[in-house]
Design a protein. Structure first.
Length: 250
């Protein structure tokens, strides 16, 4: 039996949501309302993939959905719904996380902000539990917050209130919101420290030794262990002068 979304609210009337990625004044907004050329539509589609998947490889792309969007058969909101229900998203985010972590991912990607508090996570997790992933995605995309901020034709983006004179830059979104939660990262052996030496010893291509460079033979030279010559210890009293001194006959 499905239950309605539980009520939740910010912990303060003017709560500042922690940043997700780019600053508001640097966000590029993609909307199909003012797109006409195939290149512009392609940029919008790529922006949607970056927002939902963070990065889409060739085999992750939803070709049928892209074609429908290019032909104006579906809206941007329908395209976002298709990405959220795709096999790639389900395998990468739903199957690898708890309901709470999955809710965090979807709120960040679809509503463009972090969850307000634990109560909001519980409320949306209850929807996932009773309505399934499809019902949860539909409720999220049909929410007043989504409609008011993105409507039918705008790709969701990271939005938040900004403070002036920020001294340091933002942490990349893929680091602040990793795909796996702590449990799955520990199962996979993350973080893996074996890359530290590789990064520390990395040399750019122009500084790598070329063919014939003596540096390429250092390991071979170090592997050779020549033994020093042993000096002769024969006593001068034991030398047979008649046999050892060269003699030239007439």
């Amino acid at each position: 039996m499905a239950i309605p979304l539980l009520t939740y609210s910010p912990s303060a009337p003017n709560q500042r949501v922690a940043p997700l990625g780019a600053r508001d004044d640097e966000a590029i907004i993609y909307s199909s309302d003012d797109l006409y050329s195939p290149t512009d539509v392609g940029n919008l589609i790529n922006a949607a993939y970056r927002q939902i998947f963070f990065h889409a490889f060739k085999w992750d792309r939803e070709v049928a959905l892209e074609s429908q969007l290019r032909n104006r058969q579906i809206t941007v909101r329908d395209f976002i719904r298709g990405l959220l229900l795709s096999k790639t998203f389900i395998d990468s985010f739903y199957d690898k996380n708890s309901n709470y972590r999955f809710v965090e991912h979807c709120v960040e990607k679809v509503l463009g902000r972090r969850v307000y508090n634990q109560r909001e996570k519980i409320a949306w997790s209850a929807i996932v539990m009773t309505k399934g992933v499809k019902g949860f995605v539909d409720d999220l995309l049909n929410s007043d917050e989504y409609i008011e901020n993105f409507g039918e034709n705008t790709v969701p983006y990271h939005r938040r209130r900004t403070l002036p004179s920020r001294a340091i830059g933002e942490t990349p979104f893929n680091i602040t919101s990793p795909r796996y939660d702590a449990y799955y990262r520990s199962q996979l052996g993350f973080p893996q420290t074996i890359w530290q030496e590789v990064v520390r010893n990395y040399r750019s291509y122009d500084k790598q030794p070329k063919t014939g460079d003596p540096a390429l033979f250092l390991n071979m030279a170090r592997s050779i262990s020549p033994a020093p010559a042993t000096p002769s210890r024969t006593s001068v009293y034991n030398i047979d002068i008649d046999k050892t001194v060269p003699y030239r006959s007439r």
